[in-house]
Design a protein around this ligand. Structure first.
Ligand code: GRF
Length: 221
C-alpha cells in the first residue's frame, strides 16, 4: 500500500528529472505530490516547467546570502512550511550543510550520472569516456554529508561505445535517470526503503534472468 508522499524538489538547471517526476505523477504512476520546487538559479529552465504545470516554486539565489548556513536555514524553513517529507535533489548544484540533514534525517535523496562509488563529483560522463570504462550509468542514493557517498537505492547501467562523446553518453544516461528517479520515489512512498548501514534493503525479490552483462558482447564464450 502506498500513500502520496509530499516532496520538495531542489533544482539548478534544465529540470529534465523534475519533468519526469511531474509526468509520472500526472499519469498516476507515482504516488507523490510536489509541494514546492526550490531553485538557487533564477534562470533555471526548471522554473518554466513549474509554471507550465502550476507547481509552486521559489527562487533562493545563493548570491544573496552571506553564508551557506543562512541559505540552508531559509531553504529548510521553506521546505518544512510547505509540508515536505522527502527532499529530492534533481541537478541541484550546491552542497548541503548539516542543517539540512538534521531537518530531514534519511529523507534527502540525490541522483548522480555515474555508477557510484565510481566517478563522484562533476563532469563524470566525460571522465567515464576518458577512463575507457565499458559501462556507465546512474545512481539514486540517500544524500549524506559526503559528496555522492550516501546509501545506494537504485542504479541503472548503460554501455559505453567506442564512438561515444561525453554528450552522447550523457543522453543515454539521462534517459535512465528519468526512469529510476520516479521508481526510487515510489519505493519511498511505499515505505520500502530500509537503510541498514550502507545498504538499502527494498525487498524486491525479482532477479535477472541473465546473471551478467558484457560490453562488447561475448562472441564465443
Ligand atoms: C543530471 O544528470 C543529474 O544526474 C545531475 O545533474 C543533471 C540534472 O539534469 N545531478 P536535469 O536538470 O534534471 O535535466
Amino acid at each position: 500500500m502506498s500513500r502520496k508522499v509530499g516532496i520538495g524538489v531542489l533544482v539548478s538547471g534544465s529540470g529534465s528529472n523534475l519533468q519526469s517526476i511531474i509526468d509520472h505523477i500526472e499519469s498516476g504512476t507515482l504516488d507523490a505530490e510536489i509541494r514546492v520546487v526550490l531553485s538557487n538559479n533564477p534562470e533555471a529552465y526548471a522554473l518554466e516547467r513549474c509554471r507550465k504545470h502550476h507547481i509552486s516554486s521559489v527562487v533562493l539565489d545563493h548570491r544573496q546570502f552571506d553564508c551557506r548556513e543562512s541559505y540552508d536555514r531559509r531553504a529548510v524553513a521553506i521546505l518544512v512550511s510547505s509540508g515536505v517529507e522527502l527532499v529530492v535533489m534533481a541537478g541541484f548544484m550546491r552542497i548541503l550543510s548539516p542543517e539540512f540533514f538534521r531537518a530531514f534525517p534519511s529523507r534527502i535523496i540525490n541522483i548522480h550520472p555515474a555508477l557510484l562509488p565510481a566517478f563522484p563529483g562533476m563532469h563524470v560522463q566525460q571522465k567515464a569516456v576518458e577512463y575507457g570504462v565499458k559501462f556507465a550509468g546512474c545512481t539514486v542514493h540517500f544524500a549524506d554529508e559526503g559528496i555522492d557517498t550516501g546509501p545506494i537505492i537504485i542504479q541503472s547501467v548503460v554501455p559505453v561505445y567506442e564512438d561515444d562523446t561525453p554528450e552522447s553518453l550523457s543522453t543515454r544516461i539521462l534517459k535512465e535517470e528519468h526512469r529510476i528517479y520516479p521508481q526510487a520515489i515510489q519505493y519511498y512512498a511505499e515505505g520500502r526503503l530500509v537503510i541498514e548501514g550502507r545498504r538499502v534493503l527494498i525487498g524486491n525479490g525479482r532477479r535477472f534472468t541473465e546473471q551478467a552483462l558484457h560490453n562488447p558482447p561475448l562472441t564465443r564464450f
